[in-house]
Design a protein around this ligand. Structure first.
Ligand code: HPA
Length: 276
């Protein structure tokens, strides 16, 4: 049953489970990255089934739990398993974990995802720091009555925080990881794009395309949460290679660069000042 106030119900269920932990940074784990949550130490895991309003995930490669504990020398909250709108969830449900984490005290959000490379310089396995996004889902988690704690008209000028992006570049350089930067186009899915759509997206200024992240970032900005986004370029977008696209390829590439992305995230978390 969906609770009448899913945000309050979820927060009330989770808070006692944190046993006094006060994470200021949260990490949303995208396709193939769920395993990173096993690197959290002194951890507590809360399965989605035990959180009111959190539906069970339906996509392979996404499990469903929040994990709180130590990572990169900080108290973190990891969201392992997303609610995608292509699963039939509305934008508010897709953004529910973000609002919940903000309500629990999170001030900084690191989001990861898998994306198809549109930029001609991109190759599968590259990591792309999201400089900005195009919300092409046709949905927003802010439509309707203002959720208490949200602002009605959030500014999106620096949706992806400049300071965090500079830090990400510095950490990548220190670790010898190539980190390109680009614009992420968020689409509803679940079909991949047609080659004509990929051409359209390129003309619109997109460097990569995916099916998540944008509504989460909108909800985060409505609550003043700073965001950083990193896409794993898991494949070339449709029409950019001879091969047809497949979820198997997406997962294989995501798994291949998982450790590198994990190290980058740990480095960013370790160096950032999250304001206690
Ligand atoms: N398009 C949209 N979403 C994706 C892709 C893609 O090519 N690859 C991984 N997620």
């Amino acid at each position: 049953m969906t609770p009448r106030n899913p945000l309050r119900a979820a927060v009330s269920a989770i808070r006692p489970r944190l046993e006094g932990r006060t994470p200021r940074v949260a990490i949303v784990l995208g396709s193939g990255l769920g395993g990173l949550s096993s690197r959290v130490t002194e951890s507590v895991a809360i399965p989605y089934a035990e959180i009111p309003g959190f539906p069970p995930p339906t996509v392979e490669g996404h499990d469903g739990r929040l994990v709180a504990g130590q990572f990169g020398g900080q108290q973190v909250l990891m969201q392992s398993g997303r609610f995608h709108m292509y699963e039939g969830h509305d934008a508010a449900t897709a953004a529910l974990p973000v609002r919940v984490m903000a309500e629990l005290g999170v001030t900084t959000l690191l989001l990861t995802n898998a994306a198809g490379g549109i930029n001609a310089g991109f190759r599968p396995g590259m990591l792309m720091l999201i400089r900005d996004h195009l919300n092409l889902t046709g949905r927003s988690p802010l439509v309707g009555k203002v959720v208490p704690g949200d602002t009605r008209f959030p500014d999106m000028t620096e949706a992806y925080d400049r300071g965090l992006r500079q830090l990400a570049h510095a950490v990548a350089q220190e670790q010898g990881i190539e980190l390109v930067q680009g614009v992420y186009a968020g689409l509803l899915g679940p079909s991949y794009e047609t080659p004509a759509e990929v051409e359209m997206l390129e003309r619109m200024g997109a460097d990569a395309a995916g099916m998540s992240t944008v509504v989460e970032v909108i909800a985060a900005r409505a609550r003043g949460v700073r965001c950083l986004g990193i896409s794993t370029i898991t494949n070339l977008a449709a029409g950019r290679s001879r091969q047809p696209l497949s979820h198997v390829e997406v997962m294989e590439t995501a798994n291949r660069v998982r450790d590198q992305l994990g190290a980058l995230i740990a480095g960013i978390v370790g160096h950032a000042n999250f304001g206690k």
